[in-house]
Design a protein around this ligand. Structure first.
Ligand code: PXP
Length: 237
């Protein structure tokens, strides 16, 4: 049974739309955990468009499950992560002006820069995941980097197209990563409609990180019911 990481960025998006105090991402995290979330995931963006530094400190103090922070390899991020010390950091590519994360981190092209950042995180005892496209070369390079024990496979191409070959690409990448003793997570663009087929095609995926659709569904269903439905979908139900 795969774990569900609930990404609560868009609770903060709603709050920041008014620069108000609510809705509070911490309150969302606690409801999500009570409804069965195995992990809370947040993306601290360089432009701080949703999650703020103070959210991370509050989440780290109160999350009972596991706090996974997505961040780019910058000195600004390292300074915050060093203070917060989340359980795990997932390194992502951030392009200026993008609406959402557009692609996996290119660990082949940026090997030296990513390796140096991983070494800094490893030195302070933070577990490391890399968000990569489902590509053999990216996975082979990921397992060589210091402190990396997890790859999160980028599911955007599958989510956008629903194509069988994208599903097959994810299943193959998952097997390759498992052969290299990496833990496999997946995320981006997953919904209640496209999750089931992926769970069945790639049973080796141990964790799903889902935000936009889960929070969107929560507007109509309530957050606890939305989390329960995604959790059931992660079980292949
Ligand atoms: N995983 C990573 C690495 C991401 O950057 C995101 C988006 O912030 C997600 C998962 C969740 O994607 P979505 O919001 O489309 O479910």
């Amino acid at each position: 049974m795969s774990r569900l990481g609930v990404n609560i960025d868009h609770v903060a998006t709603l709050r920041q739309a008014r620069r108000a105090k609510y809705p509070d991402p911490l309150a969302a995290a606690l409801i999500a955990e009570r409804a069965g979330a195995d992990q809370i995931t947040v993306h601290l963006r360089g432009d701080r468009r949703h999650i703020q530094d103070h959210d991370l400190f509050r989440l780290q103090a109160s999350v009972q499950t596991f706090l996974n922070v997505e961040a780019a390899c910058t000195d600004d991020m390292f300074a915050v992560l060093d203070q917060v010390r989340p359980h795990r950091v997932t390194l992502v590519e951030e392009r200026p002006g993008e609406v959402t994360t557009e692609g996996g981190l290119d660990v082949v092209r940026h090997r030296d820069e990513v390796a140096a950042f991983c070494a800094r995180l490893q030195a302070i005892g933070i577990r490391i995941a890399l968000f990569v496209d489902p590509d053999d070369e990216q996975i082979a390079q990921s397992c060589l980097l210091p402190g990396v024990d997890t790859v999160e496979l980028n599911t955007a191409a599958y989510a956008e197209t629903g194509a069988a070959d994208e599903l097959a690409r994810l299943a193959k990448a998952c097997l390759r990563a498992r052969e290299m003793d990496l833990m496999v997570a997946a995320g981006h663009g997953l919904t209640l409609h496209n999750l089931g087929a992926l769970v069945r095609a790639a049973p080796g995926i141990e964790e799903y990180n889902i935000g936009h659709a889960l929070i969107g569904d929560a507007v109509f269903l309530g957050l606890d019911e939305s989390v329960r439905r995604y959790k059931a979908a992660c079980r292949g139900a």
